[in-house]
Design a protein around this ligand. Structure first.
Ligand SMILES: NC(=O)c1ccc[n+]([C@@H]2O[C@H](COP(=O)([O-])OP(=O)(O)OC[C@H]3O[C@@H](n4cnc5c(N)ncnc54)[C@H](O)[C@@H]3O)[C@@H](O)[C@H]2O)c1
Length: 352
């Protein structure tokens, strides 16, 4: 078992996790338990959780459709409605059993219901285990914009059971790996080298490594005012690509869009002389080899720029990026011109 101490809560990882969950529940004596699942986690993860934690046998189950479309106002209303119908009080607990969609949405609903009730995350996808379940960002997509409504609210605990990954489809596995590549690029050269050379750690070690690196950054800056912005590397372009293709036949998973973002933004880092040509090529080749070329239509520069102007990270119309600055470290609030973005997108379009 690994234990990582975050600001105000613990993150525990390992096969013995259900004991830790049971002891958390008996210590806290919540009045009611609500477990949020999606179509897959209700089938693949909930039975194991309930049989291993008898304290949850009377929990109310809230089932969502799986996928990004559930991170919506409509599903938030469904959760709030269920809480009200079941007389959830301030001492109720929400348990988010699922991927990043469930933890973002469930955390958002918990943080707003009666001005905030407790929630814990039991992530079941690699992306949620290695990244989304930690750090306190909650939210939903609104008006076609990713994560445009949300809160910063820390979970009361995060419990990670890597064996849940056994049923995760391979496409979603790669999706989670994308965020691990990102955190390595901006904060850990040794991890990057192992990933690049295809010498990964075992799953539990890899998740613990990624969570430790993320936790180190978010603990210093929980509200995203400074160093936490580093985690946005790949995400300014990545979110724009993700929003652009949302609801189309070419819709991408979050991590797939982030890989495109990492390639384009690494080229911007190169143009800004933050990394050498050799480093850019190393990143480009390694991402291509690991993730393969995603089949997407040519990215339209004008559509991307329009979305960037609406991005939460854009202030006073200035485009500021978090970029890799030497592999293993990063720099945030770097002002980037439209011409530099266009050049990087052109490079992507001609080489993808
Ligand atoms: N809050 C944050 O800090 C943060 C960080 C990164 C990403 N995110 C958000 O996370 C979301 C993406 O998360 P995701 O990739 O986990 O998506 P997801 O929650 O949609 O899960 C991916 C798919 O895997 C299925 N699944 C999950 N666990 C499974 C299991 N054990 N077995 C079988 N199937 C399983 C789900 O049903 C779904 O179909 C995005 O909305 C993104 O914005 C949030």
């Amino acid at each position: 078992m690994s234990l990582i101490k975050a600001k105000g809560y613990n993150i525990e990882i390992g096969t013995g996790i259900f004991k830790a969950i049971s002891s958390f529940l008996s210590k806290n004596k919540y009045s009611l338990h609500f477990i949020i699942c999606d179509e897959n986690t209700i089938q693949f993860c909930l039975p194991k959780l309930i049989t291993s934690c008898p304290g949850l046998k009377d929990a109310e189950i809230i089932e969502l459709e799986s996928g990004e479309a559930s991170k919506s106002l409509e599903f938030s209303a469904h959760i709030w409605q269920t809480l009200i119908e079941n007389n959830a009080d301030k001492n109720s607990l929400i348990i988010n059993l699922g991927g990043g969609v469930v933890s973002d949405l469930g955390g958002f609903c918990a943080s707003t219901y009666k001005r905030g009730i407790d929630f814990i995350n039991i992530p079941t996808s690699l992306l949620a285990m290695a990244d989304a379940s930690v750090g306190g960002k909650t939210g939903i997509d609104f008006a076609g914009l990713k994560n445009s409504i949300g809160t910063f609210t820390q979970p009361k605990a995060v419990f990670i059971y890597p064996d849940f990954l056994k049923t995760l489809p391979p496409r979603h596995h790669k999706n989670g790996l994308a965020e691990i590549f990102k955190i390595a690029l901006i904060s850990d050269k040794i991890l990057w080298t192992r990933l690049k050379d295809l010498k990964p750690y075992n799953e539990e070690q890899l998740i613990a490594k990624s969570v430790t690196l993320k936790n180190k950054i978010v603990s210093k800056d929980p509200l995203d005012k400074g160093i936490r912005k580093l985690l946005n590397f790949g995400h300014t372009i990545g979110h724009a690509v993700e929003s652009l293709l949302l609801g189309t036949a070419n819709e991408l998973l979050h991590g797939e869009a982030i890989i495109i973002g990492l390639i384009i933004e690494s080229h911007i880092s190169f143009q800004k002389k933050l990394i050498s040509k050799k480093e850019f090529e190393e990143i480009f080749v390694s991402l291509k080899n690991t993730f393969g070329p995603e089949k997407i239509d040519v990215l339209e520069f004008s559509a991307i720029i329009e979305l960037l102007k609406n991005d939460k990270k854009t202030t006073k119309n200035k485009l500021r990026f978090a970029l890799v600055a030497k592999i293993g470290s990063g720099k945030f609030d770097v002002e980037v011109t439209e011409a530099q973005i266009k050049k990087a997108i052109d490079l992507y379009n001609t080489s993808a």
